[in-house]
Ligand binder design. Sequence first.
Ligand SMILES: [Mn+2]
Length: 389
Amino acid sequence: MEFTIKSEKFEKLKPKFIEISNYIKDWINDRKPVLIKHHNDCDGHSAGIAMEMAILPLIKKNGGYTNKSYKRAVSRTPFYDYSDALRDVDSFAYFSQSPLVIVLDHGSTKESILSLNKLKENGAKIIIIDHHNPSKKEEGSNEVEDYVDLFLNPHTSGFGSEIVTGMLCTELARFINSNIEIPKQIPALSGTADKSNCDEYDIYLKNSGFDKAYLEKWAMCIDFESFYVRNYNSNAVRDMFEENERTKNSIEMISKVVENRFKMLLPTLHKYSETTNINGINYSEIHLFKFSQRSYFPTTSKVTSYFHKKIEGPKITLGILDDSISFRLGDVKYLTLHLLISYLKEKLPYAQIDGGGHIFAGTIRFAKGAKEDVLEESKKFIKDKNYIK
Ligand SMILES: [Mn+2]
């Protein structure tokens, strides 16, 4: 089996693709149940839909598809939350036996370990396919790998997060089921949503036949839809990936609403933000805690990205809430979110520092009382070194 695009990175990951696809095919051949669990965002859905397109026909061919043999469920959090694990384990009772759980676009970090272990204790087999930076054990092997049966993550082959989960699963789907073709917009939408920046993304983008601005709009609408379905699995989100009149109309309508909401935010952002220059870096603080609403789209994370995009040059943007900060880094070197987290943990041992995400985008959580200290130390961390590219 060949990949749909030419890529050295994919070639290096090929043994994993073969191993995982064989494992899934054998599992379905043995008529054992499958649970797909994916992150509730555009990339997570892309991955889940691609895998479903490959797996469902095989299950159907192999003795009929029932709700005892297959389920797709979403995870609202970017890690495998323990509440989800307990609920998923309860759902095992409806399957013919403990399922193969395929965890997509989350699960690589240590926050997921307790949950993965819970699944394992209850007889599940686990495959993780993800592009988030995995938590590391001291000796260098990946922490979560001890709790899962198979693990596909470009980071373990020395790559970054740029090959997103939707792209991985688009290719893996064909290894599992060569009869299917994943719609060209799926890997392009996943890469656009997760701001992938690599040759592979450029090829998927070109192959999709859509321009980037339209895909950005489309991905935003999928995120909008996902946001409002919350933690149940809705076909409304899946349908938004189809290329047809209905989707086109939805994109037009939803994007107008979203654009309007962003427009209304402009004077608010202007009033409740501050940008200063530290060591040649545009350092911005957005005081989200002064105006953000609960359960509202655009989310605080989207608002932070929106603001960040408007700033030029080397930049660091902080979207500040009472007990967490959304970080965005751009055009800086040596500085990563993980370095900042380790620094804060060491400097502020009482502050309950926690968090993660990607190297240049993610969230740091802390004790409310430590907010000013976290801000001060973050500034110090940036001041002390030269991070200009
Ligand atoms: Mn992703």
